[in-house]
Design a protein around this ligand. Structure first.
Ligand code: B16
Ligand code: MG
Length: 216
């Protein structure tokens, strides 16, 4: 394997709780009952789709103008949490994994749906470990469409079959599989059952083995 594509939220950092708190604030203002369980449906999907899901939950009808305003409002709340982030928030084993892959000539990309991805990589100080970044600003189709990972492989100059994707969402695993890449789920095996392999976190992954593996 030569190319290593990392999702951001749920793989590198646990920003899902910040997304939840920001959506929850908006939901309260709109009178929508929004729980931690509901938030699971928002993981890995775009900001616009997340709002649609929230509005569907509360059966709220809205104009395009209102939707734009609410997305902006949610993002401003979310950015307040992001502004306080630092290296401590990088999940266990991630920085050693990035350093190991880089030291062994692995090509490393970010493949995230978030439009705030670059800011989060800067805040956590790990931007220099990436050869390329593809995020929600660069693609038009959200996961499970493979666009984000296909573009990342292209920018790494690595064939999709020689790429591994690390993902915590079902939509992201499906996107990696459709792209013809090896998919490694980070999380629970019964949720990420479509992944080639699943690990609870990066401290459990045998990276040496992964580097020496040929295409799936
Ligand atoms: P933003 P990922 C995704 O990040 C999150 O999982 C998802 O909950 C969020 O709606 C999406 O980013 C868009 O985020 O509002 O910052 O553009 O998992 O693809 O790294
Ligand atoms: Mg994710």
């Amino acid at each position: 394997m030569k190319g290593f594509i990392f999702d951001l939220d749920g793989v590198i950092v646990d920003t899902a709780r910040y997304h939840f708190l920001a959506w929850k604030k908006l939901a309260e203002e709109l009178g929508v009952d929004f729980t931690v369980q509901d938030n699971e449906k928002l993981k890995g999907v775009s900001r616009a789709r997340s709002l649609e899901i929230l509005l569907e939950l509360g059966e709220v009808k809205a104009t395009e103008e209102e939707k734009e305003k609410w997305m902006q409002q949610k993002n401003e709340g979310y950015l307040q949490y992001v502004s306080r982030m630092d290296e401590q928030e990088v999940l266990p084993g991630v920085i050693p994994a990035l350093q190991f892959l880089k030291a062994n000539d692995g090509r490393i990309a970010l493949g995230s749906a978030s439009r705030n991805a670059r800011l989060i990589l800067e805040k956590t100080g790990i931007m220099p470990l990436f050869d390329t970044i593809v995020d929600g600003n660069d693609v038009s189709k959200a996961k499970p469409d493979p666009e984000v990972f296909v573009l990342a492989a292209k920018q790494l100059h690595v064939e999709p079959a020689d790429c591994v994707v690390f993902e915590d969402s079902v939509a992201g695993i499906q996107a990696a599989n459709t792209a013809g890449m090896a998919s490694i789920g980070i999380g629970e095996a019964d949720v990420l059952e479509e992944a080639d392999r699943v690990f609870p976190d990066f401290t459990q992954i045998d990276l040496e083995n992964l580097l020496s593996r040929s295409s799936p």
